[in-house]
Design a protein around this ligand. Structure first.
Ligand code: MG
Length: 216
């Protein structure tokens, strides 16, 4: 049985509009106007002053997920669900790889919100991996926004598309500014794949499209 082309897909900042979703919650938590928090952020959000607040980013993260359902209310990046559906229909095995369990004692809610978000936006996937070391699960191609993850994946020889955000403009190509570009880059790479690894389209067992409550 030939192997499927596996696309390793990051969530926050790649599929999910993480910074725009977190901004109003951070403003509430910090007690500042939302429009005072710039959208041009660096990794770890020094521009928002989160590190100077009691508990720093871990406390904000915990508040956002457990009290404001962050992982359920994030908006998808424009075109992400549609592009992933097209890729899935082309036979790509979508492997979601996320480091959302970075804080102790909230895994149940983080996983539950993540699955509901994926289903609620009809995003197909075969695998859902929660781990920090993204190379550990493997993929033919990764889509990722974290500067550290991109650097690590590429250093280990894993082809990686950097999905553009204000945190990663310094990174080298290949990069995609939109999900239309991701779609084109992935299909182009599939076309260059050795014939022995091509395969008939696979279809994931999609979950039932039960209603969810995307907000904001
Ligand atoms: Mg990310």
């Amino acid at each position: 049985m030939p192997s499927a082309f596996v696309l390793g897909v990051d969530l926050d900042g790649t599929c999910a509009d993480f910074y725009n979703g977190l901004r109003p919650i951070a403003a509430e938590w910090l007690g500042v106007p939302a429009d005072s928090l710039t959208s041009e952020v660096s990794w770890d959000l020094p521009e928002w002053g989160v590190a100077r607040a009691p508990g720093g980013y871990p406390k904000l993260h915990h508040f956002a997920v457990t009290q404001r359902d962050l992982f359920r209310v994030l908006q998808p990046m424009p075109g992400a669900p549609q592009a992933l559906r097209q890729l899935s229909d082309l036979g790509v095995r979508i492997r979601i790889i996320t480091h959302r369990l970075l804080i102790k004692n909230f895994h149940r809610v983080a996983v539950q919100q993540t699955v509901e978000w994926l289903d609620g936006h009809d995003i197909p996937y075969w695998d859902l991996c929660f781990l920090a070391d993204k190379s550990a699960v493997g993929a033919d191609l990764y889509v990722e926004d974290s500067p550290r993850n991109v650097a690590q994946l590429r250093a280990e020889g894993h082809p990686t598309i950097v999905f553009t955000s204000s945190t990663n403009r310094h990174l080298a190509a290949p990069r995609a500014d939109t999900w239309d570009e991701v779609l084109r880059m992935v299909t182009a790479r599939m076309g260059r794949r050795p014939a022995r690894t091509r395969h008939a389209p696979l279809r994931p067992a999609r979950r039932s499209t039960r209603s969810t409550r995307p907000r904001s």
